[in-house]
Design a protein around this ligand. Sequence first.
Ligand SMILES: [Ca+2]
Length: 297
Amino acid sequence: MKPFRGRFGAQSGFTLIELLVVISIISLLSSVVLSQLNAAREKGRLGSAKQFAAQVDRVAGDRAVGIWELDECSGAAAADRSGNGNNASLSGSPSWLSDTPDSTGCSLSLNGSTQGALVPHAPSLDLTGDMTFSIWFYANASSWPASWQSLMSKGNATPRNYFMNVMSGESVVANDCSDQTGGFQFGYHDGTTFRLVDINASSVPTQRWVNAVGVISANGANRDVKLYIDGQLRASALCSNAPTSNTVPLSIGSIQNSIEFFNGRIDKVRLFEKSLTASEVGRMYAAEAPKYEFAYE
Ligand SMILES: [Ca+2]
């Protein structure tokens, strides 16, 4: 092949093949460097998110009412790490699984018919002002059934201090605070009426880990109610009156271990006497989101 000669003539000439080899080596090296740079950036972003989550635990820690990490991995008790002593007892011998949203610790597997967790009533659980409830869940069925499943309820059918539940139906997003015959709901009972926001249940994924966060903020005598799914605000409304207090236990994954059993896995259940901001909710979600959504984790 005729040598390729640069402007310096024969003494510094490269063959075309040599030049192509050099170019491809440079291109390969730069793609490796770029990919490492992207990985470092992603790690940095995740690192700051995790740091933020720890900060929120510290900042909101003194306002935490119950922190059930569900990392016992065995036994029939789930400790409250908030310092309030709101420990949960498990009924129906639910299984502990190593599958969790962030691949740390354990989660609890509920069979949808006899299993759940119950936290005895305590004054600290009686939230009628600002509050935030957060839970990770993994619904076993491919679609939501046409009967209620309770993720959390402070109280019986009524009165219900605050609650989060789901069933199929409700094809329209209803930010009108009124009770619906289905949907993914979060809200409270004001002593007479359910006040809630809800979204179409079919818009809430099943058979994968999902983070749901409900926030209630005092607004005079009324309450702003918000529902976040995977860090995104999905419903919001200003509802009349305030939650009523009661002395009924807090149920997780059922109502009083008797009805509306949740069928699936639950993890990282948290209750705060504080309304977290949209930014805090989003960043806490990012800190704990499933590893497969973050390629470099
Ligand atoms: Ca856990």
